[in-house]
Design a protein around this ligand. Structure first.
Ligand code: CA
Ligand code: CA
Length: 177
């Protein structure tokens, strides 16, 4: 796995621990999907359900693959094993990426506006300057929107073990943070 990919994976653990208690649990994924839902008040109900289903499947996959001691929680030590077998998560990540990105396509136009993009990624817990840097990397159109299909692809890239030097790295700077 490339170093950039490992940096991204480490960041995900910190973000997914939405309640900050140091371990991942189903409650974290509930909390995070609620925050993302709250960021898009006018969202379509079916898109919201798909987004939430993506979070739920992701959690279910993590807990079935990584909860070595079967206590229903994933510690950082348990979580680190995911870098050894990223292929086991690809189905869940595809569903998550699709549900998440399309949730931001509020009007079904195939485009995502900057306020929605920023609100959703703030809901996940990324830092504001990084979010704007990523948005710019998508080369937004004259109405300051990005293409939802490019975003969906980049979410997959974020988790891809062999990818580095990609726009998604803007969310997880390797810098001495
Ligand atoms: Ca937690
Ligand atoms: Ca455990």
């Amino acid at each position: 796995m490339r170093e950039e990919a490992i940096n991204r994976v480490k960041l995900v653990f910190t973000l997914f621990d939405a309640d900050g208690n140091g371990v991942l649990e189903s409650d974290d994924f509930e909390l995070m999907s609620s925050r993302v839902a709250a960021a898009v008040p006018g969202a379509d109900e079916s898109r919201k359900q798909a987004m939430r289903a993506g979070f739920t499947r992701y959690w279910n996959t993590l807990v079935s693959e990584l909860d070595t001691d079967h206590d229903g929680r994933i510690t950082y030590d348990e979580y680190q094993a995911c870098v050894l077998s990223p292929e086991r998560f690809s189905g869940a990540i595809d569903a998550f990426a699709s549900g998440f990105a399309h949730f931001g396509d509020v009007d079904g136009s195939g485009m995502v506006s900057r306020p929605v993009f920023v609100g959703m990624l703030r809901g996940v817990g990324f830092d504001l300057p990084n979010i704007h840097a990523l948005f710019e990397a998508f080369e937004p159109d004259a109405e300051d929107r990005l293409r939802v299909d490019l975003w969906e692809t980049e979410i997959r890239n974020f988790y891809a073990p062999d990818m580095g030097g990609i726009p998604a790295d803007l969310l997880a700077p390797a810098a001495a943070a």
